[in-house]
Design a protein around this ligand. Structure first.
Ligand code: G
Ligand code: G
Ligand code: MN
Ligand code: NA
Length: 252
């Protein structure tokens, strides 16, 4: 269909781009890194949602090439330019199931001369990592390279707890639905317990979907490590992130 055709020439045609959302230190508020998110523009300049084009890219296998392009672009635009300390990139099961995935990441790191610990691979809980030997092998290989691995959308699926038990994630992103539920006492108690659970298994805690100052304050009170959300910065092009970082840098 039309999205498939658009995707086919997307890299060469410049229809695909990366935007970056700030990830902030919960204590200092400083920009600690950014999450890279892919954007696709249609023939009339319209934005096509990742919820539409990512599944198509996965089904057609084009996600493998697009995914490599995403990692290379994020490394170049943010790390080579030294805009932020680290960048996270989302990857799909299709990418992780490709036997050469870690090798391709190693090649990008070497080609861009980026230190492995500055790249984070975000894997979503819905991936069904457990019992998937190809994915587990890729994760092991990435870990051996020194790349960081984060679990995304924690708490949305059924696999979350067993996932955290099986894989030593460097950090866990608690799904925004738990933050949104903190207006009730029951929801707030649950959020507190999830933060504690993640911390107690030795993972850094990341809260995503911060939309209000109250949510930011609550997360800070619970001594979460990192924060992300519209309240702390929307996804933006690399040049806008550059301006933001510059405007926040205190000249001494
Ligand atoms: O921020 P946004 O609404 O655009 O993201 C929607 C979904 O698309 C998220 O679940 C995100 O993880 C996924 N996504 C965004 N960019 C990428 C990408 O580069 N690769 C993969 N595999 N998924 C992505
Ligand atoms: O599934 P993943 O966490 O990778 O998806 C990231 C998505 O979340 C992106 O589409 C991004 O635009 C969106 N997002 C980022 N911050 C917020 C926020 O504060 N609220 C909401 N509702 N979505 C957000
Ligand atoms: Mn993510
Ligand atoms: Na998420």
């Amino acid at each position: 269909d039309s999205v498939t055709d658009l995707l086919r020439g997307a890299i060469a045609g410049g229809h695909v781009a990366m935007v970056y959302q700030p990830i902030r230190d919960a204590v200092s508020g400083e920009i600690a890194g950014a999450e890279a998110l892919m954007r696709l523009t249609g023939p009339n300049g319209e934005s096509i949602s990742p919820a539409v084009f990512i599944p198509i890219a996965e089904r057609t296998g084009m996600i493998v090439e697009l995914g490599r392009w995403a990692i290379r672009t994020a490394c170049r635009e943010l790390i080579v330019e030294d805009l932020v300390a680290m960048v996270s990139v989302n990857v799909s099961a299709v990418q992780l199931s490709t036997p050469s995935f870690a090798l391709s990441v190693a090649a990008i790191l070497s080609e861009t001369d980026v230190a492995p610990h500055r790249l984070i691979i975000e894997v979503t809980e819905g991936l069904q990592i457990e019992g998937n030997p190809d994915i587990l092998r890729s994760l092991r290989e990435l870990r051996t390279l020194g790349v960081k691995i984060w679990l995304d959308d924690f708490g949305t699926g059924f696999a979350g707890l067993s996932c955290v038990r099986e894989v030593a994630f460097d950090a866990v992103k608690i799904d925004r639905s738990f933050l949104q539920a903190t207006e009730t006492q029951r929801g707030a108690e649950m959020f507190r317990n999830i933060v504690g659970l993640v911390r107690n298994v030795g993972c850094q805690t990341v809260v995503e979907g911060i939309e209000t100052s109250a949510q930011r304050q609550l997360s800070a009170e619970l001594q979460v490590d990192l924060l992300q959300g519209y309240h702390l910065g929307k996804p933006m092009k690399a040049d806008a992130l550059h301006s933001l970082v510059a405007s926040e840098t205190v000249v001494s």
